[in-house]
Design a binder for this molecule. Structure first.
Ligand code: SAM
Ligand code: SF4
Length: 325
């Protein structure tokens, strides 16, 4: 098993399949974006090879993300091949849900078990304002298809002050009263492309818990506060679903971090919020054999930094969509 120098079990790889997206969420990227040329993205064959090597090193979980991973033409096949890779136990997908109505059933058949859908509001006008281009009904159709296909559903909402910090949070949390889903609220993080805006509009977990307790009564702590991935879970009394808080800014979970990220162009990112990186693409395209690549992967695990430096104003240079959220 791959342990880092702080004895964390680093066994979870988040793979960005593209930096491109069909939305332009205001906290994620500007409206005018230039995306990587296709030849700069890792090919399907390069991804298959790397997934096999990470699995052989001891990685057990992968998540496809982006940009918007459903824009990758071979997504279903990538999931199917990852599901057949010895050692890979869990495959996840993080998506804006726009294309999920058509993709949910084939993805489920390919071996996907759970999907995280980003949804910040149930108000169509506000949804359009946040995503700039999005149509809420498409995402709701995707959500419906995911649930119908038997995928475990988690909703991710990034909360911005003055935009979706009250009634939207209450409305999204209501899903947990009728559905066995996790609805998770994410604190906004600062990235180089947008740090001032993000710092100004962050809403903390404590504020949100107070808003929800006012609407639903005191929330019950789930699992004695043990994190589920990066989320601390609560429940509205008697509800089948859970409310999660992902609070990297106000309650960092670096001590429990188990992940590395692979960007769409093949750069291994050792911490979301620090610029420590290792570029695997020159090795992949320069004829490196499996032993050489495996050694680099092990070295990257050992080099993973302890935690982020937001308190010391260390802000990542890349934007979220170019890393892989
Ligand atoms: N396009 C897909 C989606 O939106 O789910 C996957 C990529 S997106 C970058 C992954 C997650 O990052 C989304 O849940 C999104 O809301 C979140 N995200 C983007 N920018 C963020 C920021 N500045 N702070 C916190 N979360 C952010
Ligand atoms: Fe696209 Fe996801 Fe970023 Fe929104 S958060 S712009 S959907 S990559």
């Amino acid at each position: 098993m791959p342990f880092d120098r702080y004895n964390r079990d680093i066994s979870y790889l988040r793979i960005s399949l593209t930096d491109a997206c069909n939305l332009r969420c205001v906290y994620c990227m500007p409206e005018k974006m230039t995306f990587l040329p296709r030849e700069d993205l890792l090919s399907d064959a390069e991804l298959h090879r790397l997934i096999g090597l990470f699995a052989a090193v001891g990685f057990r979980k992968i998540r496809f993300t982006g940009g918007e991973p459903t824009l990758r033409p071979a997504l279903v096949d990538l999931v199917a091949r990852a599901a057949r890779t010895p050692g890979i136990e869990t495959i996840g997908l993080t998506t804006n849900g726009v294309l999920l109505a058509e993709l949910a059933a084939p993805l489920r058949a390919a071996g996907l078990r759970s999907v995280n859908i980003s949804l910040d509001t149930l108000d169509p006008e506000k949804f359009k304002k946040i995503t700039r281009w999005g149509q809420l009904d498409k995402v709701l159709a995707g959500l419906d298809a995911a649930a119908q296909s038997g995928l475990r559903v988690k909703l991710n909402a990034v909360v911005s002050r003055g935009t979706n910090d009250h009634e939207d949070v209450v409305a999204l949390a209501r899903y947990t009263v009728t559905q066995p889903w996790q609805v998770r609220f994410i604190e906004q993080m600062p990235f180089g492309n947008n740090a001032t805006f993000q710092n100004q509009s962050i809403v903390t977990e404590d504020e949100l818990r107070a808003v929800l307790a006012e609407a639903y009564g005191p929330l019950e702590l789930v699992n004695q506060g043990r994190l589920d991935g990066e989320a601390r879970l609560y429940r509205i009394a008697g509800a089948p679903g859970c409310i999660g808080f992902i609070s990297p800014v106000s309650k960092p979970f670096c001590a429990d971090c188990t992940r590395l990220r692979l960007t769409a162009e093949g750069v291994l990112r050792l911490c979301l919020l620090r610029d420590n990186e290792m570029d695997l693409r020159p090795l992949l395209r320069g004829g490196a054999d499996d032993a050489m690549l495996t050694e680099r992967i092990r070295a990257a695990v050992l080099d993973k930094p302890w935690g982020h430096g937001l308190e010391q104003h260390v802000i990542p240079t890349r934007g979220m969509s170019t890393i892989g959220g």
